[in-house]
Design a protein around this ligand. Structure first.
Ligand SMILES: [Zn+2]
Length: 85
């Protein structure tokens, strides 16, 4: 999508909201909650032809915070669970 081609319909009518002001939106509506005290604004890419939306977190510090605070998903090796005594 960032390349300007829609992955769903292959249209080249892709628009980016990555540079707009107030990206977080009212009440953080265009953001992902990371924890009780932290949110990450989203950069949205929208296809004019089919309406498909893709969103990205661009802030590198927020991505690092997510990697620490969120549970990993997927085939890669997971962190060992904390030992209980
Ligand atoms: Zn499309």
């Amino acid at each position: 999508m960032k390349s300007g081609i829609c992955p769903k319909c292959q249209s080249d009518q892709v628009y980016s909201g990555a540079a707009i002001a107030l990206k977080k939106g009212p009440f953080g509506s265009n953001a992902v909650p990371i924890s009780l005290t932290s949110i990450a604004a989203l950069d949205n890419y929208i296809c004019k032809a089919c309406g498909y939306v893709e969103s990205y977190v661009a802030d590198a510090d927020k991505l690092e915070e997510i990697a620490v605070k969120w549970e990993p998903v997927g085939p890669f090796e997971k962190k060992p669970a904390p030992e209980k005594d």
